[in-house]
Design a protein around this ligand. Structure first.
Ligand SMILES: Cc1ncc(COP(=O)(O)O)c(C=O)c1O
Length: 392
């Protein structure tokens, strides 16, 4: 499909009467996604969930194909998840951590991932090592390589796009190094999938966790995990595997599914899974390359115009930046900025120190306003938001 902003906005009626810039929080679903979920729930109300799942088996199976197409994977490598964090935790739980093991990560990895690592440190006495950043804000690939040589980590865990800034890490560059040293590579692609082209063949990660509700524009309570064939063949599986992923075949033995669905739970919200399927199919139809090109256009425009305003400070670093724009305005409190944006019907979000401790401490700040436009936003809307901020 040709990128057609009028059609895209028609497909998302909710974007018409407000300035919606919170796709990094929870984006607007296309109308088709909402209708699909409602329809499925109505069927469940009439027939009960088990019967509907049987009748919809084919549609449910195409979820895996659509997601695989989105990230250039195979359908056997995809597991549905309730969130990015759930996918991530299940991936982590498939590694047998022992005292002395090292997780190599960055200062810009997502807060819940960092909390997971600290929990593993407390329980299993593993060590957390964080590679340095370059002055640009990018992770320093030379230092990452040095840390791999020094510590032989059990896992390299990197967040592609942090929650609190527009930085895009060189996920493929990191993948190349991990491949060279045969280290497991877990990529948190929660903020990048749906926003830009993300290709697991190119990145060469072993696991990748993704959420549904952000740039993918699916419903809340959805996400997925990608698992490489290498790990599937080696038998990686979540610690608390259930009857979805395993068959109890003798007193003290089970056999596992060969595909990534061994990472799923038996009980799934099928209405939401199909909602996510619609959202993914919609993104595939528009095309991630075109989405990325348009997104770059609007975020560059927004950054350029904001940086020309007096008193506005932008905090995004990195040689490659994307559609998360983090800012403060000199002499204005968070509450003052929020009051104005709320009054003008702007939907946005904020990030505070505890969601990005290491990054915010380096920047010497404890909050930012976060604007996250997406491809249904127009340049006119971006200009309107800039004018509103100018008048705070
Ligand atoms: C980079 C990143 N990773 C992971 C998550 C967690 O996603 P979820 O809430 O779906 O678990 C977020 C949420 O903001 C995020 O920004």
């Amino acid at each position: 499909m040709q990128f057609n902003i009028e059609q895209i906005r028609k497909d998302t009626p909710a974007c018409q009467n407000k300035l919606f810039l919170n796709s990094a929080g929870s984006s607007l679903m296309p109308a088709k996604v909402v209708a699909g979920i409602q329809q499925y729930l109505e069927e469940e109300a009439k027939l009960g969930g088990y019967k509907v799942a049987d009748l919809q088996e084919h549609a449910i199976n195409t979820f895996y194909q659509d997601v695989a197409k989105l990230i250039n994977a195979e359908s056997n490598q995809i597991a549905f998840a309730f969130s990015a964090t759930e996918a991530y935790a299940k991936a982590l739980s498939s590694l047998s951590f022992e005292a002395g093991d090292v997780i190599l990560t960055s200062d810009d990895d997502y807060v819940s991932n960092q909390i997971h690592f600290i929990s593993l440190q407390q329980r299993f006495k593993i060590s957390i090592v964080r590679a340095k950043n370059l002055n640009s804000g990018d992770i320093d690939l030379e230092d990452l390589e040095k840390q791999i040589q020094k510590h032989h980590p059990k896992l390299v865990a990197i967040t592609h796009v942090p929650t609190n800034s527009g930085l895009v890490q060189d996920a493929a560059g990191i993948g190349k190094i991990c491949e060279k040293y045969d280290v497991l590579y877990l990529l948190d692609a929660c903020q990048s999938v749906g926003q830009m082209v993300v290709d697991v063949q190119q990145i060469k990660c072993d696991f990748m966790s993704v959420t549904g509700r952000k740039y993918l524009r699916g419903p809340r309570g959805t996400g997925f995990l990608y698992v490489s064939d290498k790990l599937l063949k080696k038998g990686y599986a979540p610690l608390y595997i259930d009857l979805r992923g395993a068959n109890w075949d003798s007193d003290n033995h089970y056999s596992m599914l060969e595909n990534a669905r061994r990472f799923e739970s038996w009980e799934l919200p099928y209405a939401l899974l199909l909602g996510l399927k619609e959202a993914v199919a919609y993104a595939n139809l528009i095309g991630l390359k075109d989405i990325e090109i348009y997104n770059q256009k609007i975020s560059r425009h927004l950054r350029k115009r904001l940086s020309a305003l007096s008193g506005v400070r932008l905090f995004d670093q990195g040689t490659r930046k994307c559609n998360i724009i983090s800012l403060q305005k000199e002499g204005k409190s968070l509450e003052q900025i929020q009051a104005k944006l709320d009054a003008e019907n702007v939907i946005y979000s904020t990030a505070n120190r505890s969601s990005a401790l290491l990054d915010f401490d380096k920047k010497g700040i404890d909050w930012v306003v976060r604007l996250s436009p997406h491809y249904f936003n127009t340049l006119e809307e971006i200009d309107q938001v800039v004018d509103i901020i100018d008048h705070i």
